[in-house]
Design a binder for this molecule. Structure first.
Ligand code: SF4
Ligand code: SF4
Length: 237
């Protein structure tokens, strides 16, 4: 059996990870998930609802009505996430560990960091169970894999490696390195140019695997990220 993949994070780092995970969710998902989690540790009157936030705003917003100090406020989107994390921040590490475990779908313990001695979380990431099955879903269906921008670090690496074949698909302007831009049409692609289907198989490879962008190398960031994005790397469980 593979050795468990463990990581230590401080409490502020854990809260930041939770913020990133929750910010990726739809408003409806935030409402459902945060409503249930808050009820587990705060005695607040919470009403799930969808409202029109302003007469001229025709969008239905999914959020929570929260009654606190006799005041009833409606929170949605980033405000709902910040409100939730603000409450969680003042909870003991044990509660933060429980919430982290529920959100990220992994086992978590409160433990001191072996080097700093600071109280934080020890997380079983389960990434040792991840196995890419080369289904191509991330490269084909997640447009932020190929219709995005890359950091200067990727660009300077390609410059060092003299990968002009890759650099011609990058449009660097005003501090951003947009990828992938077709060098012939100057238009963004609607499919990653480096994706290759293996002949006769339902499997894909990346033609620039050895030097692909950082965000491609880091995908998926966590078990929850994989589950939410439809990655099949954990489906063998
Ligand atoms: S660069 Fe490679 S890993 Fe990244 S989206 Fe394209 S084919 Fe996929
Ligand atoms: S979606 Fe997951 S399993 Fe499929 S190719 Fe991407 S990383 Fe691999």
């Amino acid at each position: 059996m593979d050795k468990k993949d463990l990581k230590h994070v401080s409490i502020p780092e854990a809260l930041e990870e939770l913020r990133n995970t929750m910010m990726m969710q739809s408003e409806l998902k935030k409402q459902e998930e945060i409503g249930e989690l808050i009820s587990g540790f705060e005695k607040l009157e919470i009403v799930k609802d969808a409202i029109k936030v302003h007469p001229s705003d025709f969008l239905e917003r999914y959020g929570l009505w929260i009654v606190s100090d006799n005041r009833k406020n409606f929170y949605y989107g980033i405000d709902l996430v910040n409100y939730f994390l603000g409450l969680l921040r003042s909870e003991p590490p044990e509660t933060i560990a429980q919430v982290y475990s529920k959100i990220e779908r992994v086992n978590v313990m409160v433990e001191k960091h072996p080097e700093t001695g600071a109280k934080g979380l020890l997380i079983e990431t389960e990434m040792e169970k991840f196995k890419c099955v080369q289904c191509g879903h991330c490269c084909i269906n997640l447009s932020d894999a190929y219709e995005t921008s890359v950091p200067d670090l990727d660009v300077s690496r390609w410059q060092d490696e003299k990968r002009y074949d890759i650099l011609e698909w990058v449009d660097s302007f005003a501090g951003l390195n947009d990828v992938w831009i077709n060098p012939k049409t100057q238009e963004p692609v609607d499919r990653c140019p480096w994706l290759r289907k293996l002949p006769g198989k339902d499997k894909y490879t990346c033609r620039i695997h050895e030097t692909k962008p950082r965000h491609c190398r880091d995908f998926p960031k966590s078990k929850r990220h994989a589950l939410d994005s439809g990655c099949r790397g954990f489906h063998a469980e």
